[in-house]
Design a protein around this ligand. Structure first.
Ligand code: ADA
Length: 563
């Protein structure tokens, strides 16, 4: 299962998770999917093509769906290529048609090498693992099937409506059918649909849902919607998606959830774990949410890429608010001007929003963390991607986490290079302003003073009157390193810095909230930054096994006193 709930009642679903045969480097043997090849002894530093194979009993038309293959995937059935996909953090499906009943061989080639053709996955302050890193499944369908069901609740004058989009597809033969939705025991006809041979037709409808129950973090009540395709009066295919009825609005310097201002007490979360790499099992995902709640948190930022959809399901169910981010971290001018950058970014944004727009827990979209927002040639790229997000989902605010106020705010005197501005030139594009700030760690300046300076600069440079989020703040500590002198990298030092930083943020009523950098220590690409101790980003409040550092008690104390 890719999701935490049943997604169809009419399809035969084959779970593809479990043992596959893996050939990678010198390894040849069984490997668990989903999983990272780097978790297999001997493959800890594998960069290359990993070949996964397994046999599957199926027949007819089969949709193979993958939630994530890192980084580039090629899928073959019985030796014939079904499709390819770039990007580790969004899913994809390929269809095989008219299969004879019996055993078939599926083969997935997962390539985690960096290279010329990869604009977004580059050596970075996190690890690009390899393998079939998220869940996968196969589904048997007939000639006519549905895909891409999305649900967007809309509130008008205190009444709820639901916008439903779904695609009707033909594998081979043309058809005419009808589509309906079932919600809370009621049936809403979406009309008839006429699909040419081997093609598709999109259905887009909105209808009132008079007895909708509201979703909120305190009472995360979810609504299931079943969409059914019928041909000649017989139900042929169905899809189930979930949503929650809630509103998100930006009003002046506040973000309102269901009409009330929210205060974010959040954590940045990389998908990374000492035992599982980026392929966290569901229980480990749920454990992360328990840690966030136990520390007084109410939100998570999926830094710096779209999350595993199962984790988003858990956030919906737990009432944890989510900042979901399309993939990119710290790309400089040359990297943003890469010939594939725009096409791959558009693909990532489109796949993320199509996949995730129905999640009520997602309250904001983010993009392009700490990229070259001070480069005048790059500003149009930002603009293009922000417009794309707004077109695909006009219901949520958009933001980008930046670390670039004017150099003087960061106590530097450098003047900008030709073609660059002194500070971020894209703030005018966003609904919410977000800054990554490390006073007390990278900068020797008191947090209160630094945050006031950054905010004043943002107000004067495109952020006037907009909500302001501290999208990262934190300090490093090596788990178990205790020091009476509170030396750098000690747990004591991290706890002290976080207390000072978080107190400053939470005491400033003009700041909408904070995402601590970060929930757990994560592995860093070897190729990126050898001077990070342990080749890890050690700013987690827990280590990579989720063992709590001293700072957890501090975070809990500060967050709990601001609930
Ligand atoms: C950033 C960046 C993070 C991480 C962090 C750090 O601002 O967005 O990915 O690298 O700094 O630890 O320095």
């Amino acid at each position: 299962m890719l999701r935490s709930f049943e997604t169809s009642t009419l399809r035969r679903i084959i779970d593809l998770n479990g043992l596959w045969h893996l050939a990678a480097g010198s390894f040849s043997g069984p490997a668990y999917v989903p999983g990272c090849v780097e978790c297999i002894p001997g493959l800890e530093n594998h960069r290359g093509i990993s070949v996964f194979e397994r046999r599957i009993l199926c027949r007819g038309n089969v949709i193979f769906s993958f939630s994530g293959v890192s980084r580039f995937a090629r899928v073959l059935l019985d030796g014939k290529e079904l499709g390819t996909h770039e990007g580790p953090y969004t899913g994809f499906s390929v269809v095989a048609s008219s299969l004879s009943p019996g055993e078939h061989l599926i083969r997935v080639e997962a390539d985690n090498r960096f290279g010329e053709e990869s604009a977004l996955s580059v050596p970075n302050d996190y690890m690009t693992y390899g393998g079939i890193t998220r869940a996968c499944m196969a589904e048997e369908v007939g000639n006519a099937f549905l895909s891409g069901l999305t649900l967007v609740p809309e509130e008008r004058d205190g009444r709820w409506a639901l916008r439903v989009r779904v695609r009707a597809n033909s594998v081979r033969d043309p058809f005419e059918g009808s589509v309906r939705c079932e919600i809370c025991g009621r049936v809403f006809p979406l009309g008839s649909v006429c699909v040419p041979a081997g093609s598709f037709a999109d259905i887009d409808a909105a209808f009132a849902v008079p007895d909708a129950k509201a979703w909120s973090p305190e009472d995360p009540c979810l609504t299931s919607v079943r969409c059914v395709l019928s041909l000649d009066g017989a139900d042929t295919d169905d899809l189930i998606e979930r949503t929650g009825f809630r509103t998100v609005q930006v009003r002046g310097s506040k973000i309102l959830l269901n009409g009330r201002p929210v205060r974010i007490r959040g954590f940045n979360r990389h998908e990374d774990h000492a035992l599982f790499g980026c392929a966290l099992p569901h229980a480990a995902m749920a454990a992360d949410i328990q840690i966030i709640r136990s520390l007084g948190g109410n939100a998570v930022r999926t830094s710096h890429y779209p999350s595993d959809p199962y984790f988003l399901d858990l956030c919906d169910e737990s009432g944890i608010l989510v900042w979901e981010e399309s993939h990119a971290r710290g790309l400089n001018r040359e990297q943003m001007l890469h010939p594939q950058f725009l096409a791959q970014s558009i693909q990532c944004v489109e796949e993320m929003i199509l996949r995730d727009v129905s999640h009520p827990s997602i309250f904001i979209w983010g993009l392009l963390n700490e990229c070259a927002a001070d480069c005048m040639e790059c500003v149009p790229l930002y603009s293009r991607l922000v417009s794309l997000i707004r077109t695909l989902d006009p219901t949520r605010p958009v933001t980008s986490a930046t670390c670039r106020p004017a150099a003087s705010v960061n106590l530097r005197s450098a003047s900008p290079a030709p073609g660059f501005s002194d500070g971020d030139s894209t703030l005018h594009l966003y609904d919410v302003i977000s800054f990554n700030c490390y006073p007390g760690w990278y900068l020797d300046i008191p947090s209160g003073e630094y945050l006031r300076n950054v905010r004043a600069w943002a107000q004067a440079n495109g952020g006037q009157g907009k909500p302001f989020i501290v999208s990262e703040i934190g300090a490093g500590a090596i788990y178990g390193f205790r020091s009476a002198a509170k030396a750098k990298w000690s747990e004591e030092r991290q706890a002290d810095i976080l207390r000072e930083q978080l107190t400053a943020v939470m005491n400033d009523a003009e700041i909408t909230g904070v995402f601590i950098w970060q929930l757990s220590d994560c592995r860093v690409s070897d190729e990126w930054f050898a001077s990070r101790p342990r080749t890890m980003n050690n700013k987690g409040v827990t280590d990579e096994y989720r063992r709590m550092k001293l700072s957890c008690a501090t975070v809990r104390e500060v967050f709990m006193s601001h609930r």
